[in-house]
Design a protein around this ligand. Structure first.
Ligand SMILES: NC(=O)c1ccc[n+]([C@@H]2O[C@H](COP(=O)([O-])OP(=O)(O)OC[C@H]3O[C@@H](n4cnc5c(N)ncnc54)[C@H](OP(=O)(O)O)[C@@H]3O)[C@@H](O)[C@H]2O)c1
Length: 253
């Protein structure tokens, strides 16, 4: 599987690291911000992983690059601006996308879905919640709310102090609970130190409480989920979410 990467930050570097270990995965190119001094270098020039002669290109050249060297899937850990710039270029060239970036507007999300559904030969996984474990947490939480709809529910998410947006995973958990409970579920965000990502859901009755917690303590969990989603997309077109990937994965075991 030939993978391209957009976003050479904290999460993206973990994909580079995992690609060094995974058989059958070739990280064939990466994209950086237009004007970045990383453009024109190789992945090994920029990251401490040897043997990667794969080039880094400016984002604006993606369409041209895909004409001569087409990856199967582009994994995106960048920013909504970059994703929306890449979307038409990937769609036009049949380069499928695993979109792990968060903080899109509702209009941008609608465009991602429409493009994936309406472009022949194209597909994407929109995965603001990329890890296996957090997807299992969502199933458990929804199941709990079906048993105990009379309880009060509250979500707390903790991330590192550079994260500005509210966790898209927390908002997704709230939405799934609200669909069952037909009442709002509050989300509390805590930004402290170096937290990679913690989601805690409390179900509280008059005399008892259940707490379900998922914590990612390594960003390798993100890269692992991204490669799982990329593998899922290889033989599919259309619009998918991480739940589709994870259910397929568990179904196969
Ligand atoms: N789905 C999940 O479970 C999950 C998990 C982890 C992270 N994420 C999301 O993934 C994204 C990245 O997270 P991170 O922690 O890796 O952030 P980060 O360390 O800030 O890295 C972001 C990277 O994206 C690049 N970038 C930003 N805008 C760009 C543009 N317009 N064109 C090209 N490159 C651009 C940045 O380049 P510069 O250095 O030049 O700015 C940087 O290399 C965020 O949206 C985050 O919420 C999602």
């Amino acid at each position: 599987m030939k993978i391209a990467l957009c976003g050479l930050g904290k999460a993206g570097v973990q994909l580079v690291r995992l690609a060094t270990e995974r058989q059958g995965v070739e990280l064939s190119m990466a994209f950086c911000r237009d004007g970045s001094d990383k453009a024109g270098k190789t992945i090994s020039d920029v990251f401490p992983y040897k043997g990667f002669s794969s080039p880094i290109f400016e984002l604006k050249s993606a369409g041209e690059v895909f004409l001569s060297d087409k990856p199967d899937v582009l994994v995106d850990f960048s920013s909504p601006d970059a994703t929306m710039e890449l979307l038409p270029l990937c769609a036009a060239n049949g380069v499928k996308m695993v979109i792990c970036t968060t903080n899109f507007t509702s209009e941008e999300l609608a465009l991602l879905e429409k493009t994936a559904k309406e472009t022949q030969g194209f597909g994407l996984v929109y995965a603001p919640n990329i890890t296996l474990g957090v997807n299992v947490l969502m199933e458990l939480v929804e199941e709990t709310s079906r048993y105990l709809p009379e309880f009060d529910y509250a979500i707390t998410e903790k991330h590192h102090n550079r994260k500005e947006d509210v966790s898209a995973t927390a908002r997704k958990i709230a939405k799934r609970l609200e669909n069952v409970l037909k009442k709002p579920v509050p989300v509390n965000s805590i930004r402290v130190g170096g937290y990679v990502g913690l989601h805690e859901v409390m179900a509280v009755g008059e005399f008892e409480r259940i707490t379900l917690i998922h914590e990612s303590f390594s960003r390798q969990a993100f890269a692992n989920g991204a490669l799982l989603a990329a593998d899922y997309l290889l033989c599919r077109t259309g619009y998918f979410e991480m739940r589709d990937v994870v259910m397929d994965y568990f179904g196969k075991r």
